[in-house]
Design a protein around this ligand. Structure first.
Ligand code: S3P
Length: 163
């Protein structure tokens, strides 16, 4: 059984996934790292040299290249992952999908000094992206309030899959 974390940039997907891998014996998978490894560039370099469409196409292929082979994994996805093509539908077949829901202001305060995310370069555009994506994220199997501590978020996820 796999757990898949979706949500906007800075909502805590990677830290929650790492915590769960450490404390609950899941295997940690991060889709951005898989993409970087496959392409041989950082996410920012891919956006800047090959463009976002290329990134989205590699992102989509990660499902059948890698994610379908996961077993007992906790998978942190990139913020846009479930919102392109029929990725959400396909992710829901790979495991239980959890949306880490967090307000835009908190997200911005969390990510403000991190420069590796090209889609956060312009805050106004990022807000509009955030608003557009809410509908998509809500198609997850579960919605979790991500304003709590990493440990609390992880415990809530475990509670949901055990009930
Ligand atoms: C993106 C989110 C990023 C990364 C890329 C695009 C997005 O991942 O995949 O910069 O479209 O929201 P994180 O959510 O892990 O920052």
């Amino acid at each position: 059984m796999n757990i898949i974390l979706v949500g906007f940039m800075g909502s805590g997907k990677s830290s929650t996934a790492k915590f769960m891998a450490r404390n609950y014996r899941f295997r940690f998978v991060d889709t951005d790292r898989l993409i970087e490894k496959k392409v041989g560039m950082t996410v920012r370099e891919i956006f800047e040299t090959k463009g976002e469409n290329f990134f989205r196409s590699v992102e989509k292929d990660i499902i059948c290249d890698s994610l379908v082979f996961c077993s007992n994994c906790v998978i942190a996805t990139g913020g846009g992952f479930p919102c392109y093509f029929d990725n959400m539908k396909r992710l829901k077949k790979v495991g239980w999908v959890f949306y880490l829901e967090l307000g835009f202001e908190i997200i911005i305060s969390r990510v403000k000094n991190k420069t590796h995310r090209p889609l956060l370069d312009n805050i106004k555009e990022a807000r509009s992206l955030y608003e557009h994506r809410i509908e998509c994220y809500k198609e997850a199997h579960f919605v979790i309030n991500a304003s709590k501590t990493t440990k609390e978020v992880a415990e809530e996820i475990i509670l949901k899959i055990n009930s």
